[in-house]
Ligand binder design. Structure first.
Ligand code: FE
Length: 216
């Protein structure tokens, strides 16, 4: 999946492959629809509430929220300090919080430290700022390999790190959710906060990609 705003020439990641056949996807969609019908029929959920929830995650909650947090941190040094000190509160300043983001920790990438996030146990992910996790984040391959050989996994995502860069892997838990504050790219010096936010990709906030300014 790509957010459509950030393109680069990195090789396609093996983690981004669709592991399901069209038949399997159709079967899953069918099963989901039947489950929804059943829950509605039993009066356990209201269909418009479900629709609203799906709409929320499709339109209002997603990586664009995290991108706003990152752009603010890049342009406002005092905000960045608050963000690194108490991410939950600083993120709430921008209006983002709630379910799966109750205890946020932001880790900062620098020229000498690269942070990357995983949930080795399952799929814990900071929903209010990144939306729902991509399929590869939930894959066993990513979850099991990243903590053991992060450099090799990052390389498969097209991100090669110099030997002198320290890699820190953050394992999410039911309590704590991490967001990577990527490095502000060279060449972005004159950009506004709004334009900077458009540069920030979901993958850069998980830590499997870097951000660069496109020159066309
Ligand atoms: Fe998890």
């Amino acid at each position: 999946m790509s957010d459509g705003r950030h393109r680069h020439d990195a090789p396609a990641s093996p983690y981004l492959e669709n592991h399901r056949t069209a038949e399997e996807s159709a079967e899953l969609a069918e099963r989901t629809a039947r489950l929804e019908d059943y829950l509605v029929e039993k009066g356990l959920v209201a269909r418009d509430a479900l629709d609203r929830l799906v709409e929320l995650y499709e339109q209002d909650i997603g990586p664009m929220n995290g991108a706003r947090v990152v752009a603010r941190a890049w342009t406002d040094p005092s905000y960045k300090l608050r963000l690194l000190d108490d991410a939950t509160t600083a993120i709430r300043e921008l209006g983002f919080g709630g379910m799966q983001g109750e205890h946020m920790v932001v880790v900062e990438n620098t020229p000498t430290v690269h942070n990357v996030v995983v949930c080795s146990l399952c799929s814990c992910y900071p929903w209010p700022v990144l939306g729902l996790p991509p399929g590869w984040y939930k894959d066993f391959a990513y979850r099991s390999r990243l903590p053991i050989e992060p450099r090799a996994v990052l390389k498969e995502f097209g991100l090669e790190l110099a030997d002198d860069v320290e890699v820190r892997v953050w394992d999410s838990s039911a309590e704590i959710r991490y967001l990577v504050l990527p490095e502000r790219p060279d060449g972005s010096g004159t950009m506004t906060e709004v334009d900077l936010a458009k540069l920030v990709s979901r993958d850069s906030m998980i830590g499997v990609a870097r951000i660069s300014v496109e020159t066309e």
